[in-house]
Structure formats: structure tokens, C-alpha cells
Design a protein around this ligand. Sequence first.
Ligand code: F6R
Length: 635
Amino acid sequence: MCGIVGYIGNSAAAPLLLEGLAKLEYRGYDSAGIALVGKPSEKIKAEKPDGCDIVSATPGAKANQGVIEIYKSKGRLSILSEKIRGGADLTANVGIGHTRWATHGKPSDENSHPHRSASGLFAVVHNGIIENYAALKAKLINEGVEFVSETDTEVIAHLLEKNYNGDFLGAARAAVSQLQGSYALGILCAEHPDEIIAVRNSSPLVVGLTDNGNVIASDIPAILAHTRRVIQLSDNEMVRLRKDSVEVYDSSGFPINKKEILVDWDVSSAERGGYDHFMIKEIMEQPQALAATISPRIGADGSIVLDGINLTAKQLAGFRRICIVACGSAYHTGVVGKYVMEKLTRLPVEVDVASEFRYRDPLIDKDTLVIIVSQSGETADTIAALREAKNRGARVLSIVNVVGSTIASESDDVLYTWAGPEISVATTKAYSTQLTMLYIIAFYIAHKLGRIDDRDLRRLLSALNRLPDMVAGILRQAPDIKRISQRYAYLEHAYFIGRNLDYAVALEASLKLKEVSYIHSEAYPAGELKHGTISLIEEGTFVVALACCDKLFEKTMSNIKEVKARGAEVMVVTTDDRRDVISEVDQIIYIPKTNDLLMPSLEVVPMQLLGYYISLARKCDIDKPRNLAKSVTVE
Ligand code: F6R
């Protein structure tokens, strides 16, 4: 999705904006641009590089008024950066920047942000979708405004100018009050060259406070190199940044005090650190991420310590059911969670994708515990599902990676996964830590409800504690998995099968492969294949069978034999005590054995490596797969 940055301070803004945008590249984009306000940059202005929209201030402007310059370009950020020589000749200290992920209008120079108002008095960058833009645009055209782009964003620039009478904040407020939809905005005004105004509604935006000015960004990694002091804006809050002050206003325009958060991610965690891709770096970081998520939750006396939970045993006993809601891979952790929670707590557990849940009139009430899972804490459908659940009186507990994000701040209880920043679009370490949190919640509820005793709890926690080392052991097999993967670089289709928890992991294994390698892939409960899909199995069809679930092993083996008999090329992932399988299949990946319920945490790891190495062999753009974005902030 689009990325926004903004800087106001004592340094030259352009290089900082380009650097911030580079940090947001992982979110997915097709064009990039920056706008600066201040004194004109004479050198660049004289050369007028392609795609540079150099705009003078309004006619009759005051002598001390700034000039807005816009530089934007379709394609990679490096194209823009090259055109303006990394910003070396751009002198302004105030600016906004944007990476665009096209929604309204194709990727082009014209449709790239920033967009400007007719006279060039305002420039705006936008993340989100303005749902009523067509009506607003028609009205503006009627009033004589000429549009130069196909975007929904351009209406905002014109609305700002229409509502301006010298008061920048007032114009921003008036313009925003006419918008419906989702937006995070960064706005410049030529008559106020010492201010940036930003606002958010259903699209993420953070403010960073530095000793050398202030910044805005869609995501924390963009500002981590400069500060860890952050203010997370909530919906409908507007902020006015000056180089030495930050004022936040609520939706009614009243100034409010926002808490400053100290983010404990370090800069290196948002860098590739010698790896070819963030995806492999993050796969390799899983032992540390798991340990960081698990250890603070186990007290010295062996009990579970849940920092963000305020639920008593009495309240837990009042829940009639649990509902896990999330999107994509986070939803897949919920599928594992359902098996584990039902087994341990004996409460009915439902799991749903957020985009379905929110529109299906869900049967939930105050006796339902809704568990929301999200890495970013900003996924639009998941936020909507959370609000739906709260409106129906449910208690909402969320598992989130980004501190202070929208989902974290709107939930009744929050448990953070301490995975550090996840940059790769394809999630790995966030998935693994989400899974771990679901295990801990399941153990916690089951123990509080008396469904497992102290001894069971100790046994489960001790197995959980061993996961980081076991995952580290599996990661040492990476060179072998890389070698096997070369063989599958030219696949067109793949099927992942498994039963029970193995099936839950198959869903994630299949998604990992397809999203980065572009190989068509499906996950099926192994026993369900023969009800239709087996007709697709022919000579050479690639089938990955997950067979780690002890009690269903023989059944899965029967399904493996069924596809083998039809010519499939079969890879099996199983536990290292199953040496007898070797003769039955084409490839085998062994992993260590742990408690059956925890096997998903181990078996997903070789599947992440398989997805990564097959994509590497296919020379795919692994960290930025086509059409995908890291944080999906639109419906
Ligand atoms: C796939 C992937 C996505 C996310 C999904 C939810 O690798 O990363 O499927 O899991 O978009 O995102 P969050 O967890 O940020 O709500």
C-alpha cells in the first residue's frame, strides 16, 4: 500500500524523504514523489528534469512566502532519486514524500503523488481511498476546477484551496470534513512554509520526534534511523508539525495531549544485514523472535504471565465461545489456534477471515471472546471486524506486533508479539510469534478453567520453551532445502496436503509458496482430496504432504499413496522418528518431534524455506511480490 513520509527541521528535507521512502518500499508501490516547500532550489529549477513539477506560489504572494516544488515519477524510487541526484541540490527543510500503490488511475507520472491544488498553494500525499471522490470531483469540475490526474487524491488538494482563507489548519479541517473513506494525509501549504499538517482516518500514520525536527511516516521502520520516540495518531486526529513543536488535535479541533511511545526496535532490525532478502533474514530471526515472545510470558514460578490481559478466571468461565478473526497468514495462525484451543479448553472456537466476518452478521455477544490477530495492527478488514465485535458486546483480545497500532489501541486486551519489525511482504517471524501467543492463550484459558492441571501446564510450557532451539536446528537444514528447491523452480502447480494441525500448516505453506514464487498452489485436507481435487493429480504433479500429526500419520500415508499411485511427485515433511517413509516418497524433510500440539511451529519453518528458495531459483522479486502490499489498509 502507499507509503507516506514527511520531514520538517534544520536539515535538507529531500535526502531524508528519499531515505524514508526507501524504508517503505517493502509496502509495495508503483511510483514515487516528493514535494518541498521553502525557497526555490535554483539549480534543479533551471534544469527542469523530466517529471519535475516546479510550481510557483499563488499570484500576488507575500514576499516571504514559500514555493512548492514537486518531483515525481512512475516506477521505482531509484528512478526518482536519480532524476534529482538524491536530492543533493534541493535545499528546502520541509517536505512530504510518497510511494504510490495504484488504486484510482494507472501508474503514471501524472497519477503519482504529491498532488497539488490548481494554483500550487497546496500539495498533498495520501494513503487510502476517498470513497465519495466522484461526487466531490463532479462538484469541483462544475465550479471550474481542472483536474490533471485520475486519482481520488487530487480532489483533496483542490478542496484545501477552496476552503483556504489564510488559516492552514482551518482549511485542512474543512477539506477533511467532506471526505468519506480512509486516508492518511500529509499536507504542505506555500503560505505556511514552516508547517506540515497531517491527519489520519483508517490509514496508519505515526509522528516521530527528533532533536533535529519532526517527522511523519506510514510505518515505524521509515523513521527508525532517526528516532524511536513516536506518537501513534488515532482516527480523525490531526497534527500540526513545526520544526520544534508537534500539536495534536482531536476530531472536534481541540488540542489534546498524546502519549509519546518509546519503540524498542533497533535500526539494524529494519536493515537487511548482509542477507539477500528480508524474507530469509526474518526466517532466520525466528529463534530470537520466539524466545522474545515466549520468555516474558513464563514467570519464575512456572506460571503464565500475561502482561496485557485483565481477564479473571470468573470472566473466562463466562465465555461460551471463542472467535478468532484475522486475514491471510494471521488467519492461518487462527486455524491452528482453533484446533489447539478446542482441544485444551473444550470451548467451541470459530475462526474466520476478517473480510467475511464483518459482513456475515456474526453470532457473537458479550459471552464471546474475540481474538484478533494482526502483525501490523492496521489491516483495514481486521480493524472493521474488531469494531463489529465490540459493537456486539464481545470482549476483544488482540495479538499484535506493532505497539500502539490501531488494533492494539482499540482492543480490550493486547498481547504483543515481540518479533521486531517485519519488512518482507511475506510474513514469517510474525506468523511464528502469533502462533506462539495463541498457544500461550490456549494454555492460560485451559489452566484457569481447570481443563488442564499444573503438571500439564508445566509440560506444555517446557515444550514451548524448547521451540526456539528446535527452530534453530531446523534452520541449519537451509542449505539442503535450498538444494532440493532448485529442482522445483519450473513448477506450475503445487498441492499441500495434511490432516488436522498439518492441514492448518498446509494453508500457510501453500500461501508462502504462491505469494512469492507465483506458482499456483492449493492446500487441501488430505482426506478431502478424493472428493474432487484428486482429478487434478497426474504424472509429475507436485504434492507436499505434511505428516507430523502422530495419531493421523497412517491416514495421511494412505493419502500419500493415493497421489503417488496417480504419478505425483511427493515431498513429505515428517518427524525424524519416521525413517520408514523414505522408500515411499520422492523427497523427505525431517524435523524434530515435540508435543503434537506444538508441531505447527516446527513444520512451518521448512515450508517457509521452500517458498523462499523456490522463488529465489525463479528469480522473483521476493521482498516485493507483484500486486502485494505489506500492510493492507484498504478494503
Ligand atoms: C502473507 C501475509 C499476509 C498478512 C495479512 C494480514 O505472507 O503477510 O497474508 O498475514 O495481510 O496482515 P496483518 O497481520 O498485518 O493484519
